[in-house]
Design a protein around this ligand. Structure first.
Ligand SMILES: Cc1ncc(C[n+]2csc(CCOP(=O)(O)OP(=O)(O)O)c2C)c(N)n1
Ligand SMILES: [Mg+2]
Length: 249
């Protein structure tokens, strides 16, 4: 599921109806943190088994540059020509503040190796996995991450045996590393509040939080067989029996 309003367009409903599907939501900062924010908060609390990739380019891109909740203070845009007035919302600390949060990670688009490992870990987590991808926007905010891209020490790589496995070549370039146990939510919240250096890796992971599908026994109530049976019963209501028809020769 993708595009703006992605979280509004009820991926929770899709997962309830079809627990057999792997649900991925590709969302933007405007969509997730503003337009669909109510759905974002409740999707975390429901802890449904799905993966949300927040492509955070800090601007409404598709509609040609309006400030979003994650735009840094002072961002000049079509809706804030004198610069935005408020501090940016931090999607990581917000997610880490909601009941039943179970997986939170951060990646940057210019380290694809780590991005791949993080998305893979998110997919394998049973529950709601939230990955914020710090995403460049070449069209509207072209130089936003230049200083971070050119200085590997401004990336803080999170290391742990329960985190992601780093390619050794990458580990040599990104020397600013921290051993972080992703089961420690208080430490995760502290790390999440850093915007410089940018933390990359798994901030929080609790595999024991029950998924809403399990709590509601959705899988048992709505198997493919049952759905098919129900549909057939509905469609059979409209069967017209050819009582007066000539018997087939
Ligand atoms: C519910 C809803 N409201 C408004 C829109 C119009 N709209 C389309 S794209 C967009 C901007 C989205 O910005 P963001 O989520 O940051 O994604 P980006 O384009 O930056 O990748 C808006 C407001 C929409 N598609 N759906
Ligand atoms: Mg955006």
């Amino acid at each position: 599921m993708a595009s703006t309003g992605a979280l509004c367009r009820s991926p929770k409903g899709v997962k309830m109806a079809r627990p057999d599907l792997n649900v991925f939501v590709n969302t933007g900062d405007g969509d997730c943190c503003s337009i669909g924010a109510a759905h974002w908060i409740h999707a975390i609390r429901y802890n449904m088994n799905m993966t949300v990739l927040l492509h955070d380019n800090q601007i409404y891109g598709l509609t040609k540059m309006q400030a979003s909740p994650t735009s840094p203070i002072g961002t000049k845009s079509k809706t804030t020509p004198r610069g935005s007035y408020l501090d940016a919302l931090n999607p990581l600390t917000v997610t880490l503040g909601v009941q039943n949060v179970s997986f939170v990670a951060q990646a940057v688009d210019w380290i694809p190796d780590a991005l791949y490992s993080i998305i893979s870990a998110a997919y394998h987590h049973k529950g709601f996995s939230f990955v914020r991808i710090v995403q460049r926007c070449p069209e509207w905010l072209p130089n936003m991450y230049e200083p971070w891209m050119h200085d590997p020490d401004r990336i803080l790589l999170l290391n742990h045996e329960n985190g992601i496995t780093l390619n050794p070549a990458l580990a040599k370039v990104y020397k600013n590393q921290l051993i972080h146990d992703p089961s420690d939510i208080n430490r995760a919240r502290e790390i999440a509040s850093s915007t410089d250096p940018i933390p990359v890796g798994i901030l929080y992971h609790d595999p024991e939080v029950p998924c809403y599908e399990e709590v509601r026994n959705a899988g048992q109530l709505r198997t493919i067989d049952l759905i098919q049976k129900g549909l057939n019963a509905e469609l059979d209501k409209f069967t017209v029996w050819p009582e007066d028809a000539e018997p087939a020769a």
